[in-house]
Design a binder for this molecule. Sequence first.
Ligand code: ADP
Ligand code: MG
Length: 655
Amino acid sequence: MARGDNVSALLEIKNVSRVFQAGDETIMALAGVSLSIASGELVAIVGASGSGKSTLMNILGCLDQPSSGDYRVGGRSVAGLTPDNLAALRREHFGFIFQRYHLLGTLNAADNVAMPAVYAGLDAASRRERSTSLLRRLGLGDRLDHRPNQLSGGQQQRVSIARALMNGGRIILADEPTGALDSKSGETVLDILKELHADGHTIIIVTHDMEVAGHADRIIEIRDGVILSDRRTRDQKTDAQALTFHDGRPVGALSAFRHRLAEALPMAIRSMAAHRVRTFLTMLGIIIGIAAVVAVVGIGEGTRQKVLAEISELGASTLAILPGSHWGDERSSSITTLVVSDADALAAQTYVDSVTPEVQTSAKIRFGRISVAADVIGVGQDYFRVNGLKRLKGSFFSAETISERRQEAVIDDRTAATLFPGGESPLGKIFMIGRVPIVTIGVSARPSSSSGGRSLQVYLPFTGMTGRLLGAGTSLAALTVRVADSVDTTVAERAVVGLMTRRHGTKDFFVFNSDQVRKTIERISQKMSLLISSVAVISLVVGGIGVMNIMLVSVTERTREIGLRMAVGARRIDIMLQFLIEAVTICIAGSILGVALALGIATVLGGPGSKFPMIITANAIVAACLVALWIGLTFGFLPARNASRLDPVDALSRE
Ligand code: ADP
Ligand code: MG
């Protein structure tokens, strides 16, 4: 085996300087340092505080890069490497031990140790297995599930040594590893490092303590950024193992990425759980925004469907022709020009499917000893369908009933109950209207109260009515025209108005177009949705800004955690994904709670027959979640990018 200085050195620094700019001042932390470290050495770098030890250590560990000079790891220059290339070097070859341990407070010992392997793409089971065995080896087999704050300083430092070994840690860099420990724990840590050295790890210890340095085979003394002395205290044992580089895409890069992604969600949930109140308050903006939007859209949809259902009871494409100039016109009762011959004229038009005239009078009706006043309404065959009246018993009028002027009646259920109080079936029973005997053939549901539901309703064929009860030429209460299917109702309406105006010599009627009303409502509801959507967008943007704000705070608070993750080899994309997934998780959770809140409001407010019918469709829920996803990605991006662009050395030193 060749001697250390004959093989190419493991780490080789040539004339390296590192300059910091602090305000106007330029600080020369390292001034032309050259040194080479062979594989398997145990080196101590000593010097007073501020002499440049940590700066040298950070350059050796690829956490930082020289301002000038050359640094080679395993014979390869690090100059010009991207942050992710450097992260890969750290991940594959280095393990770091810090004076203050830098354990993550939200993770237990085993998870802290396992963390670097997440970025190496190891699956969860293998990670747990390896971290457990490392902790056992370091005498912490009974502390696997303890949090850092449940461990002593010495125990924490042993956890951090285990973490340094997690990805292999061929080269271990320990910056003041015993600085925060009592002498006994310090001894233990040094013993472990010496054991690792004996196992073939290359160990570099930075210390200001000569006693600690005394454990090393080689002591490099540094002062004011310059090497003072470099001496070997005992014969070194080196092995000339070359480093193996994993260039390009490692096998199974996709599955490794999946492992890293799968780890991001639990990480996000743990960090959310660590700040429950804050997370909830952040979510509140999203919860309220989504709940408001879903509820208001639900009410809009409910109202729209309710109104449309009421309109469709009027029947498809009908034109009602009524006397007077508008609904409730006081003169309408004195207008007598709307007559049955108008109906006949209309029925002859090609654009008309059918015509139902409507005449109305009140009359005494009699059955046995019961005698009551009722509204007697002469109708056509389509009347019941056009007005959305339900058939309860028997049948409605057939075409023959109308054309043959049969003396048959359909009565509403209240009339049935009044004339036949014993509960016997009214069907086939004969009652009297004045002197005319009428056979009951059907019972209908009562019309809604708005159209005369308070009185008793008896329906007769209008043909019989005009002849027998009222006399020919009686004026009509209304004429309902069913427009032929192929004809546009607006065109038909214009034609009807023209024809009727010509017949009457003046426009003494008005037309109620159900299709027009339907279109108007759809137009209004479209405008409403547009208005609601813009309010929704505003409220959600406000919620999103809240999320962004808290994520920025969170990145600032967790700068050291980010630094540590980068030190153990996290790529920029890993850090970015972690924070993006956190933002998205907050937003999605908020939107789920918001939808739940809206559904709660819907059940309280929107029971059947309520004034505020609320219809929350699956589409609305899916849309809410997609919007939340979009908010998370949009407003999480800036904080996540900020996090991913942190400098590891800077981040680690942040308090
Ligand atoms: P040591 O670890 O030996 O105590 P450092 O390597 O931390 O010393 O620091 C060496 C010199 O470089 C000190 O004067 C320190 O103030 C300066 N220094 C280190 N890091 C920075 C930095 N990021 N910005 C400005 N000055 C720095
Ligand atoms: Mg230092």
